[in-house]
Design a protein. Structure first.
Length: 152
């Protein structure tokens, strides 16, 4: 964080700022909040050119929707092959935020033990099912509330 503090205090419209995984070593919510706040500061106060690397998908989605003229989402290109979903990294930047996580595939590429990767895949699928259920419940209640408002 000391490096980030130094960057913020010195950044100007003539600066090139490179930030990789802000919020590392914090809780997920604190890291996300810090990354968003720092990025907004750089946009509004410093107006500097910034290359900002993050794994916070929610942050990329949020800034994509806000349509800041200074922000362009990008991701490292990849190709997925076969039934095993073999991942080939293309080492080239493509426009837009990545829409699907391939962390499990990357772990396999990094030669993590297969039992660790398999367990991570199971846990990831459990989280995804839980998230999908919560999103369906939110949609249900949103529709239910709208229906009540219309018929009151």
């Amino acid at each position: 964080m000391e490096e980030t503090s130094d960057i913020i205090s010195r950044a100007s419209s003539n600066s090139l700022v490179l930030l990789d995984e802000l919020g590392r070593g914090t809780s997920s919510y604190d890291g996300l909040a810090l990354a968003e706040s720092i990025l907004k500061f750089l946009i509004y106060s410093s107006n500097c050119f910034t290359l900002f690397v993050t794994h916070y998908g929610i942050l990329t989605s949020k800034f994509e929707k806000l349509h800041f003229k200074q922000i362009r989402n990008g991701h490292v290109g990849y190709s997925v092959l076969g039934e095993e979903n073999s991942l080939i990294l293309l080492y080239k930047i493509f426009p837009g935020a990545v829409r699907k996580s391939y962390g499990i595939n990357v772990a396999r590429l990094a030669s993590l033990p297969i039992d660790v990767v398999d367990k991570a895949k199971q846990i990831s699928m459990k989280y995804q099912r839980s998230l999908d259920l919560k999103l369906k419940l939110i949609d249900f209640f949103r529709i239910h509330c709208i229906f009540k408002e219309v018929h009151i």
